[in-house]
Design a protein around this ligand. Sequence first.
Ligand SMILES: CCCCCCCCCCCCCCCCCC(=O)SCCNC(=O)CCNC(=O)[C@H](O)C(C)(C)COP(=O)(O)OP(=O)(O)OC[C@H]1O[C@@H](n2cnc3c(N)ncnc32)[C@H](O)[C@@H]1OP(=O)(O)O
Ligand SMILES: Cc1cc2nc3c(=O)[nH]c(=O)nc-3n(C[C@H](O)[C@H](O)[C@H](O)COP(=O)(O)OP(=O)(O)OC[C@H]3O[C@@H](n4cnc5c(N)ncnc54)[C@H](O)[C@@H]3O)c2cc1C
Length: 663
Amino acid sequence: MEGVDHLAHERNRAQFDVDEMKIVWAGSRHAYEVSDRMSRLVANDPAFRKDNRAQLTRKELFKNTLRKATYAWKRILELKLSEEEAGRLRFFVDEPAFTDLHWGMFVPFLKGQGTEEQLQKWLPLANRLQIIGCYAQTELGHGSNVQGLETTATFDPKTDEFVIHSPTLTSSKWWPGGLGKVSTHAIVFSRLITDGQDYGVHGFLVQIRSLNDHSVLPGITIGDIGMKFGNGAYNTMDNGVMHFDHFRIPRDQLLTRISQVTREGKYVQSDAPRQLVYGTMVFVRKAIVIDASSALSRAVCIATRYSAVRRQFGSQDGVETQVINYKTQQSRLFPLLASAYAFRFVGEWLQWLYTDVTQRLAASDFSTLPEAHACTAGLKSITTAATADGIEECRKLCGGHGYLCSSGLPELFAVYVPACTYEGDNVVLLLQVARFLVKTMSQLASGKKPVGTAAYMGRLQHLMESSCKVQKAEDWLNPSVVLEVFEARSARMSVECAKRLGEFTNQEEGFQELSPSLVEAAAAYCQLIIVSKYIEKLQGDIPGKGIKEQLQILCSIYALYTLHKHKGDFLSTSTITPKQASLADDQLRSLYSQVRPNAIALVDAFNYTDHYLGSILGRYDGNVYPNLYDEAWKDPLNDSAIPDGYHEYIKPLLKQQLRNARL
Ligand SMILES: CCCCCCCCCCCCCCCCCC(=O)SCCNC(=O)CCNC(=O)[C@H](O)C(C)(C)COP(=O)(O)OP(=O)(O)OC[C@H]1O[C@@H](n2cnc3c(N)ncnc32)[C@H](O)[C@@H]1OP(=O)(O)O
Ligand SMILES: Cc1cc2nc3c(=O)[nH]c(=O)nc-3n(C[C@H](O)[C@H](O)[C@H](O)COP(=O)(O)OP(=O)(O)OC[C@H]3O[C@@H](n4cnc5c(N)ncnc54)[C@H](O)[C@@H]3O)c2cc1C
């Protein structure tokens, strides 16, 4: 029944204004309008069709991505779209492409590290896509350990050039997206050597392909690193390998905002900390947090709509139960729904933090850089891990049909999981947060007042001694009670780690030995940030019928579900009692019942088109079965009733069996 809204009865039950919630989700009315316009533009243009990706060979898939990316650029120019609109359009095209790295890493790195002169020369070319850039940091032998990169850039004062060289196989650049087949230029991370001294890793702008015929320049070897996880998925990207053989570039292609090499070969460092060379990673990690909320909300939208359509068991009155009404389904699905909203809001806050730190850096105030690094690294880690697990949970929530490519979930999972690794392995990043926490603790002893997200450590004594006030389930709805419990758990875990570290004479050895506990303490700190930023958001003015109430329910679900999942931490630090943990579970069940009538409207608020969702199970109209049935017949295997290979394999096999039976 095309045209009928099978989920209309669900939508009618909503107790809040969905259109207002769409604006909250998008961040502002303006952001909503831009997203809405761009998503429709993409959905209504057949050139952006994507339902056949899983069936294409790698070469077809890749060529198709090149077509879409260049067509998207053509539309951006024709429609004179702003930077913001162009970004949203690329987002809704929903296909990883070389342009992600060009706009997402190459251009930001240029902007962050280039001098005025360098910007004047390179930025207009990059902005008009007259050159295409990628970000070549990782090597075959080292990714996490950036200081361990082996590519060298040795200054030759005779010619005023740097000689870029890959001294070993393991020094080959390996992974950069857009490198394998497309980019003409790359930011190449290499060890700067001048006058016989190694000054560590710096970014260099290197032309790698001819702008005339696209051939790889002499002295460089480049290729694609091969097929990645899943059909379609991230295989639209040409992640590449690159090896240099004494390749020369002019001296002025060292991107030199923080340091430079003079004509005579003298290395000169500015006052800025060397960590600024990592600035683009901070920028992208921040963006990855918002992206996590997008990917998780997409999976949750599919699983929620399908759970309202799907019915199993309980047919005493002739109508079976919608699976969304099962408490187990709700206890798996609604925390993910709440997490999607929580990650959205912490992503908004991270954007603010990033803007703030950028303004301070411009004024040579580097004081908030360590916190910005810890927050972006930690939140990237927590949100991507939860999202990757959440997408897989959504697949299971859709039962067998979730395993079909037409559910949209397998490809979403395959595209998404590397987020736990790229832009910093999640465990490595949590260890960075742990280092920040240990440092903050040790500075407490010397009287330094912690600020920002670590300010709660200033109340350490109180947090070590306080006891949770919860006596009945409803007490868990009190934001200040929840906040204090998360602060006390985080503080106590950090103190315990610091205490145990103090037992080691060699601090670094202690850090390695205790690293599993340190990672848990870091995760507790990041979860505290998510909870506290959500609570802060609710303290602001949020207009619209029923909006604040729904957001409050979801906030409580995020916090209490996190508490439930990490009950061991809360109990072992004596932050709560077993009785209080059980009251939290009671409250959670009650909150799930309050979400239930609003569930479909809460996922409608994401405002995803059917094109973007790419899922028959998640269709807006809920008309799942006829479309699943029709889709099956479109599979190329169904082109003929008798498959290729029948005469070669099946027929002789059956004949042989018949002969054997007769003997
Ligand atoms: C494409 C983008 C699109 C944008 C939109 C996004 C939308 C989402 C869509 C997703 C598409 C993404 C496509 C995929 C892109 C992947 C690109 C990559 O992976 S590229 C490759 C990504 N590769 C990775 O991510 C590699 C991961 N590894 C690393 O980041 C580092 O090597 C390390 C941090 C682990 C260690 O560093 P190391 O220097 O050895 O170690 P120490 O421990 O000795 O620290 C020394 C001091 O530095 C401090 N500090 C450190 N970092 C920062 C920072 N960022 N800042 C500030 N400070 C920082 C630290 O606190 C310490 O301070 P202190 O105590 O002395 O005061
Ligand atoms: C899809 C994709 C796209 C990418 N795009 C780019 C790109 O455009 N440009 C680019 O430069 N790079 C890119 N990368 C590379 C990426 O940034 C690295 O793979 C990532 O930083 C992880 O580094 P690694 O591979 O060296 O992992 P490893 O560090 O080798 O990790 C292996 C294991 O060791 C553990 N481990 C490592 N160090 C420690 C430690 N100190 N303590 C405890 N455990 C540790 C990790 O937790 C992990 O379990 C991409 C990667 C992927 C998958």
